[in-house]
Write a protein that binds this ligand. Structure first.
Ligand code: TRP
Length: 451
């Protein structure tokens, strides 16, 4: 079985995406999501947006625009898990569990918080003036985003590396305190795409809303053209040779061109192409690369109900991972049902574990399968088909190894996953309470007995 890489990233929903956001974050993430060995979790970080913005209309507009941008850019929502952070109640719940283990000293060191304190001190204000608990706890919420889905890789900008490191720190601490040898959380790694990380803006500095030097992405062809006409160039006249390597206009062109197109543009600049004409070429290129997506974008924006449906489906997908995992974490810290606790506290746990049994069998087509039966004979799980007995055996072993169980709810049944592949399904239960009780029995049955 191959290990699939889980890639996760979020975008804070406070603004309208510009060309730099697209080239630096959205486009590479869409391309990465097409890798057949990757499971991608992309989301709108709208809880994070509330930390920076108290304008409800702006928050709402930005969520819609950012969702439409991802989809217009070609994100395949059947392939990835695409959702709004605020549709996953497990995330704030996990945030609290993590808040209770996060060291205050760790959060004191967060760059964003420290910068605000420094600014206050400089201007003679109270150090905490204008600083909310949201800003202070920002890294814990972000840790919950990442750890909830056990992401391996987190593509982010440089300014976010520290936050990913804090997620590791907090996750490790939780593992250590409550894991009893089991690693609940995978340690995430920040992924920085050097080649695309910073697209220059109109003035040559990094393209950023805070520098007011952005090129709009999908608003309209005219607005894009107007912005391009404001790109700062040197004063060389038409006919004079230009220096492509010192021209951010050329850098912008390169970010969207094929190598052959770039080569051609480079030699034209060297031969004295005028800046006006060069801007025209850049506009033509961007318009041909982005024109179709721009049309899709406007169609999407006009159908907010469809976007809503898509995001609801995404939330369901995300929660099929988050709900059972959070349940496990709640158990770990001691937030357990009184009924289940009575079971676990006594030797019933051992008995259940011993009594549950795997029964293997072969299908007519020669494939190997197994059932997991509870002590009372109730079928908890029917495996998928395996080509040989050895693989089936390995799966039963792995299920009993004590690693975190990836159980996903599917309506009134559930499925069990190993390394990104579904290995078995439960029967359908009468109601969700019966299903949850069966999941509980399964967990107990698969917990290694500590002698
Ligand atoms: N803080 C990130 C930013 O502003 C957005 C974000 C929120 C994020 N949660 C995340 C990014 C989790 C990666 C993973 O860019």
């Amino acid at each position: 079985m191959t290990t699939r890489t889980r890639i996760l990233t979020g975008i804070t929903t406070t603004g309208t995406p510009h060309l730099g956001n697209y080239a630096g974050a959205i486009r590479p993430a869409i391309i990465a999501s097409r890798d057949s060995n990757a499971d991608s979790f992309y989301f709108l970080a709208d809880y994070h947006a509330l930390i920076k913005c108290d304008d409800p209309l702006r928050i709402q507009r930005s969520r819609l625009e950012i969702a439409a941008t991802w989809l217009a850019g070609g994100l395949d929502v059947d392939r990835v898990t695409f959702y709004r952070q605020s549709d996953i109640p497990e995330i704030p719940e996990l945030t609290w569990l993590l808040t209770c283990v996060a060291a205050k000293g760790l959060l004191n060191r967060a760059h964003a918080y420290k910068a605000s304190v420094d600014k206050n001190v400089e201007t003679g204000e109270d150090p905490d003036a204008g600083i909310t608990m949201g800003l202070y706890s920002y890294p814990v919420l972000m840790a919950a985003d990442i750890l909830m889905f056990n992401a391996h890789k987190v593509p982010v900008g440089r300014d976010q590396i520290q936050h990913v490191e804090m997620a590791r720190d907090i996750g490790q601490r939780f593992n250590h305190l409550f894991g009893q040898g089991k690693e609940f959380f995978t340690m995430p790694e920040a992924l920085i795409e050097e080649s695309v990380a910073t697209l220059p803006g109109l003035d040559g500095r990094k393209m950023s809303k805070s520098y007011d030097n952005t090129i709009p992405l999908f608003s309209s062809a005219k607005e894009m053209k107007d912005a391009i006409s404001r790109i700062v160039t040197d004063s060389r006249a038409p006919g004079e040779a230009k220096d492509p390597d010192n021209s951010h206009l050329f850098t912008l062109f390169q970010a969207f061109a094929t190598p052959a197109q770039s080569d051609e543009f480079r030699s034209e600049l060297l031969q004295g192409l005028g800046w006006g004409e060069a801007k025209n070429r850049l506009f033509q290129l961007l318009d041909s690369e982005l024109g179709e997506s721009r049309e899709r974008y406007h169609q999407l924006i006009e159908r907010p109900a469809d976007l809503e449906d898509m995001l609801q489906l995404g939330a369901q997908k995300a929660r099929s991972v988050a709900t059972p995992f959070l349940h496990e974490l709640r158990e770990a810290v001691g937030l357990r049902s009184f009924v289940a606790q009575a079971q676990v506290a006594t030797t019933t746990k051992k008995k259940a574990a011993k009594a549950a049994r795997f029964v293997s069998f072969r299908e007519d087509d020669g494939s190997f399968r197994f059932r997991l039966l509870a002590a009372d004979g109730e079928q908890l799980l029917l495996s998928r088909n395996f080509a040989d007995g050895k693989t089936a055996g390995q799966v039963t072993k792995q299920l009993q190894s004590g690693q975190p169980l990836d159980v996903r709810n599917e309506d009134l049944s559930f499925s069990v996953w190993l390394e990104g592949e579904c290995v078995g399904d439960s029967p359908a239960f009468a109601d969700s309470a019966a299903r949850d009780a069966a999941i509980e029995t399964l967990r107990v049955a698969l917990t290694p007995v500590q002698e």
